[in-house]
Design a protein around this ligand. Sequence first.
Ligand SMILES: *Cc1c(COP(=O)(O)O)cnc(C)c1O
Length: 370
Amino acid sequence: MTSVPLVDLAAQHAAVAAEIAEGWRQVLAQTSFIAGPQVAAFESEYAAFAGARHCVGVANGTDAIEIALRALRVGPGDECILPANTFIATAEAVCRAGATPVLVDCADDGTYLLDAGAVGAALTPRTRAIIPVHLYGQAAPVELLLPLAERAGAWVVEDAAQSQGARRGGNGAGVLGHVAATSFYPGKNLGAYGDAGAAITDSGELAERMRMIADHGTRRKYDHEVIGFNSRMDTLQAVVLSAKLRRLARWNADRQEAARRYDQLLEDVSEVVRPRVLAGNEHVWHLYVVRVPERDRVLKELHAAGIGAGIHYPVPVHLSPAFAGLGYADGAFPVAERAAREVLSLPLFPQITPAQQEHVVAALTAALRA
Ligand SMILES: *Cc1c(COP(=O)(O)O)cnc(C)c1O
């Protein structure tokens, strides 16, 4: 029986192994393990790739969101609107910055992206940020959020952790709002060999403030303006990210081809609700997420058959014990709650083969019809 992993980082490493070995040899010789010249090089490469003027490398994506909020002076007493169906980090960063998450449901259109109408209804005089999440690899409709933000005097802070290389209306996901945070967690479309993240923006002033906050609140050594973070990118990670960035467009195209193949293979499997691409989007397929009946039983059978399917995410933010204090009831966000019960992520990575995908769909069909 062949098994198919959810992601195959070994296959990806093989493509860049020699380049990384040489880059790491240089870092070990120069011993500038933090903020070495390779970090600045990656920052400018990533800014160019994303179409932003500035990129600030930090320790992880969660910090990037919090640092962006703090740099915008969003904090205690302020509200930040974000979708209920996201990875927990989006909400954590808001709370850690001292602000209050205000959750909204996602649109009931098969995209799982936040519902701009619900955002409009959730605005209050305290709203200081709207945080769209470019979930699964496609951009949220930021153009609908910008006028709402402007009316409220709020910022649009994109959570672009899952959307490196995605575009909306020709613009990169991550430069649609005022500032964007991204994550280079190993399994992301652009993944480090450990934790790393970045914030990108066109504003030089904001970039400088984020860099200051990320480095103990200093612009000059021992001149601490604010209580900051120790959140910097390791030089070793920058080497990995630069090597992989050179292949990212190719790898995203391979993901798109694999998604098209799943679409075809699943066309006649009537039990499966396939993912939908929002008009105007170029999707980069961080995840290929379907909805199925009896999801938990189906997942178990896929695992038993050696298929590394996953769930992103099984519990929406408001039903997570950590966020019980926000006071939302079970039933508050029906679309997000149904998604949490029914979503299933199928194996998807740039090097997945047609035979592997056929095997996944055969196992899925067998599980559904068992
Ligand atoms: C991965 C992820 C994050 C957090 O990134 P880390 O680097 O793991 O801190 C934030 N938001 C979303 C939507 C993510 O998928």
